[in-house]
Design a protein around this ligand. Structure first.
Ligand code: APR
Length: 188
């Protein structure tokens, strides 16, 4: 069995309730909040997050910025990592990306994991970045997400544990199928 399997978890629910060192926010370039998981994290972290982010000057697509977790700290979350996923421009029917949407999404995972390593975080949870308002096809996004995380964990000791937090059971099933396939491809 591939030892990495013990470092990756797929779960279903609200990412703001997870007991991990950092949760990733699927933000927009302003970093000033929005709907979806961005709205949930800003509501849970409280007004101090918005006041803090006003001084950050935003974040380009594909990159990430780390902040305190504010009102989420009492449940053990130390940091929030805000990343900006690409808006899907591709052709859903043909499942063909455009404007390097795939590369930008992969960059989100890489930059979040790099920040987690720099801050020596033990655990990090990702939502399904770009698959809501930004319309990225879920299966395609899951393949990119799992691929980048497995590649990263194979070469890095931090973070120790990565959680894919899906908002729905169907999404979680999709991630589990991709993870199982990747693990078998890597000789699990
Ligand atoms: N916990 C975990 N996952 C969640 C939560 C939550 N509380 N709320 C939503 N999700 C899931 C969605 O079901 C979707 O699968 O997060 C995924 C990403 O969806 P969005 O939050 O819509 O993010 P995204 O598609 O990246 O679009 C970002 O939406 O909310 C705005 O300000 C945000 O402009 C930005 C854009």
């Amino acid at each position: 069995m591939n030892p990495l399997i013990d470092r990756i978890e797929v779960t279903t629910g609200d990412i703001t309730t997870l007991h991990v060192d950092a949760i990733v926010n699927a933000a927009n370039e302003s970093l000033l909040g929005g709907g979806g998981v961005d709205g949930a994290i800003h509501r849970a972290a409280g007004r101090r997050l918005l006041e803090h982010n006003r001084q950050l000057g935003g974040c380009p697509t594909g990159l990430a910025k780390i902040t305190p977790a504010f009102d989420l700290e009492p449940i053990g979350i130390k940091h929030l990592i805000h990343t900006v996923g690409p808006v899907w421009h591709g052709d859903d029917a043909l499942d063909i990306g455009a404007n390097d949407d795939d590369g930008a999404l992969a960059s989100c995972y890489d930059t979040c994991l790099t920040l987690a390593r720099e801050h020596r975080l033990a655990s990090i949870a990702f939502p399904a970045i770009s698959t809501g308002v930004y319309r990225f096809p879920k299966p395609r996004a899951a393949r990119i997400a799992v691929g980048r995380v497995v590649d990263w964990l194979g070469n890095n000791g931090h973070p120790r544990h990565v959680v894919f937090c899906c908002f729905g059971a169907d999404d979680a099933d999709g991630y589990r199928q991709v993870l199982s396939s990747v693990m078998s491809d890597t000789g699990a």
